[in-house]
Ligand binder design. Sequence first.
Ligand code: HEC
Length: 136
Amino acid sequence: MRKRYISSYNLIKPTIMGWFTLACTGSTLLGGCTYYDDETYFDNPTCSTLDMSYTRDIAPILDEGGCLSCHNDGFASGGVSLQGYEATKQMAVSGRLLGSIKHEDGYAWMPQGMPQLDKCYIDKVSAWIQQGALNN
Ligand code: HEC
């Protein structure tokens, strides 16, 4: 009778494939892979939201986003100022900042009369708030 040897590679191969699949799924969940099924992520796979800083990240987004032109201390549309940390933090902790830029029900959608902010900017503002809306 012919003896059949099962090569150790054939035994180990499915295991390796299993690990590979698990690893890939895991890193996709953690945001490590490119999202081919999501246009936004595909366009901008490197949106970093770690350690957000008010001075470095958030203030420039509100400035570039045109927010300050309608929401400064001298001209506070809707009674809302976004000039400086204290005013911005107030809007952040009340939920109105995020509600307005994410275009959530019950909030005035911002920036008014202009296209919604870049998803990466919205993610950064959201992360800054989650990280405590610090004056950093
Ligand atoms: C062209 C002027 C204009 C621009 C630009 C603008 N806003 Fe506003 N914003 C307004 C007006 C007017 C209101 C009051 C609207 C209302 O109450 O219906 C308002 C309201 C708000 C509110 C309160 C929303 C609520 O429902 O409580 C927030 C927060 C806000 N804006 C943030 C922003 C941010 C952030 C940007 C930039 C991404 C921005 N705005 C850009 C005019 C503007």
